[in-house]
Design a protein around this ligand. Structure first.
Ligand SMILES: Cc1cn([C@H]2C[C@H](O)[C@@H](COP(=O)(O)OP(=O)(O)O)O2)c(=O)[nH]c1=O
Length: 211
C-alpha cells in the first residue's frame, strides 16, 4: 500500500517544480509514483466554485473563511476513492497541497495560531468526519514570502487566464500563512514534517520519503 506525501507551501513557492523533480528521483530509486494536486480545478464542482469565489464571484462567499475551507474540504472528500486507488496502485503518492493548506490559510485569515480552534476544526472535519487518509509525511517548501509573491505575480503575466486571486494579492496573509505552516511543521501536526528550501537535493529528499 502506497503512502501519501503532502507538499505544502505558499502560492508561488515552487511546489509544481519540486513535485516534478521528486517524481524523477523516486522513479530512479525504483518506486512507483503518482501525483495529485488540490484544488482539483475542472474535476470538482467544489474546487471550481472556490476558484470563482476567489476571483470575486458568488457575492461574499470568499469572505467566509469556514465556507471557503468547506469547499476545499469537500473537493478532497469527493476525491477519496480516487486517492485510495492511487495509493493501492503505487508506492508513493505526492500531493501538491492537502489538508494542511486548509489549516494554514484559514488560521492565517482568522489570525489564529496553529493550536487554535480553526486548525482543530479542520482536523476534526477532514480526518474525522470525512475520514480522509492521513499523510505519512508532510513537507513545507519554505521560500521567502517576497520571492513567492514575485513568482505568483509573474505567472499572472505569462500564463493566459491566470490572474492572481485575493489570497495571492494579500502579502500579509501570505506571511501569516507561512508562520502557521512553520508552527504546524514544528509541532509535527498529524504526521512528521520536513521543512525544505528550493535548493535541497532531490535525491536525499526522495530517500527521506522512502525511508
Ligand atoms: C487546497 C487548498 C487551497 N487553499 C488556498 C491556497 C491558494 O491560495 C488558493 C488556491 O490554491 P492553489 O493551489 O494556489 O491554486 P492556483 O493554481 O489557483 O494558484 O486556495 C486553501 O485555502 N485550502 C485548501 O485546502
Amino acid at each position: 500500500m502506497g503512502e501519501l506525501i503532502a507538499l505544502e507551501g505558499l502560492d508561488g513557492a515552487g511546489k509544481r517544480t519540486l513535485t516534478a523533480k521528486l517524481v524523477v528521483e523516486l522513479e530512479a530509486a525504483g518506486a512507483r509514483v503518482a501525483t495529485l494536486a488540490f484544488p482539483r480545478y475542472g474535476e470538482s464542482i467544489h474546487a471550481d466554485i472556490a476558484a470563482e469565489a476567489l476571483r470575486g464571484q458568488h457575492g461574499d462567499l470568499a469572505a467566509s473563511v469556514h465556507g471557503m475551507a468547506m469547499l476545499f474540504a469537500l473537493d478532497r472528500e469527493e476525491a477519496k476513492s480516487h486517492l485510495c486507488r492511487l495509493c493501492s496502485d503505487n508506492d508513493v503518492v505526492i500531493l501538491d497541497r492537502y489538508v494542511a493548506s486548509n489549516a494554514a490559510y484559514g488560521a492565517a485569515r482568522l489570525r489564529e495560531n496553529s493550536d487554535g480552534p480553526f486548525v482543530q476544526w479542520i482536523e476534526n472535519l477532514e480526518f474525522g468526519r470525512f475520514r480522509l487518509p492521513l499523510p505519512a509525511r508532510q513537507m513545507f517548501l519554505g521560500v521567502p514570502v517576497e520571492l513567492a509573491q514575485r513568482r505568483a505575480a509573474g505567472r499572472e503575466g505569462s500564463e493566459p487566464g491566470r490572474e492572481r486571486d485575493i489570497f495571492e494579492r494579500d502579502g500579509g496573509l501570505q506571511q501569516r500563512t507561512a508562520d502557521v505552516y512553520s508552527a504546524l511543521a514544528a509541532a509535527a501536526w498529524v504526521s512528521p514534517w520536513r521543512v525544505l528550501s528550493a535548493t535541497d537535493p532531490g535525491a536525499e529528499l526522495a530517500q527521506w520519503i522512502l525511508g
